[in-house]
Design a protein around this ligand. Structure first.
Ligand SMILES: C[S@@+](CC[C@H](N)C(=O)[O-])C[C@H]1O[C@@H](n2cnc3c(N)ncnc32)[C@H](O)[C@@H]1O
Length: 226
């Protein structure tokens, strides 16, 4: 019986061997995405902001299929050339630019047999899905500049029930770091892991004991009413 780690590794291997285009960050976040879905998503839906050619969505989807879990993968991405990162849009070679200009077609071809992957071809702000549509897990990997990452974090803390994975917490992306600090200080969320460039936050549930110099305090972390 393979472990979840072995299943995710196999899914990543299959995905990278057949992917047209390339995975974000050379695929270094895919293990964290697979782990997020395998360990936390259960039967719920997963949403990602920023899909590029579909690598992270495919890993999330195939991990769910392998583990026989229900739920869809929602992908929020405008798939517009000018919304790509400077490093590839300007500094990339001609072939990379050609692929980026055809991002939507390539995403479609990479994911065409995966009925559970739903593309919403919009920017993440304003949020393009109904505000009451909830998700078990989320992956933030969209627009990395200005208030983009912070807005994504602010949106997702309201509609995600279990875990949020934030990509690219590295020195080159100070605006992603602002979103990281926001999530770290949010009363309902807890930094569970920092895996390479990914930070995994889980929703706090139930009453928590807080140890202080004065004694133990009890608090209900999750103030959300539903
Ligand atoms: C780093 S790539 C995503 C990589 C992908 N998650 C993977 O693992 O292969 C960033 C993506 O964010 C998308 N993007 C840019 N601005 C966005 C926005 N405002 N909302 C959602 N996605 C956006 C870009 O089109 C691009 O496809």
């Amino acid at each position: 019986m393979p472990t979840n780690v072995q299943i995710v590794d196999d899914v990543i291997d299959r995905t990278l061997r057949s992917l047209i285009g390339w995975p974000g960050a050379n695929g270094s976040s895919l293990r964290a995405v697979g782990g997020l879905v395998a360990e936390t998503c259960g039967d719920g839906d997963h949403v990602e902001i920023g899909s590029l050619f579909g690598a992270s969505a495919l890993v999330a989807y195939r991990t769910k299929v392998e583990l026989k879990r229900n739920g869809n993968i929602y992908c929020i991405d405008p798939m517009v050339f000018d919304d790509h990162e400077y490093c590839v849009r300007i500094d990339g070679n001609e072939s990379q630019k050609l692929l980026l200009k055809n991002q939507h077609q390539i995403f479609f071809d990479n994911t065409r047999t995966c009925g559970g992957i739903k593309l919403i071809r919009e920017r993440s702000n304003p949020w393009p899905l109904p505000k009451d549509q909830r998700f078990a897990t989320a992956f933030i990997d969209g627009w990395h500049y200005g208030d983009g990452p912070l807005n994504d974090a602010k949106t997702l803390v309201e509609i995600v029930d279990r875990a949020i994975l934030l990509d690219d917490v590295i020195p080159s992306y100070p605006d992603v770091y602002r979103a990281f600090l926001y999530l770290c200080s949010h009363p309902n969320w807890f930094l569970q892991d920092k895996l390479d460039r990914c930070a995994l936050f889980v929703r706090r549930t139930g009453a928590i004991q807080i140890f202080t110099a004065e004694g133990v305090k009890h608090t209900h972390a999750d103030e959300r009413e539903d």
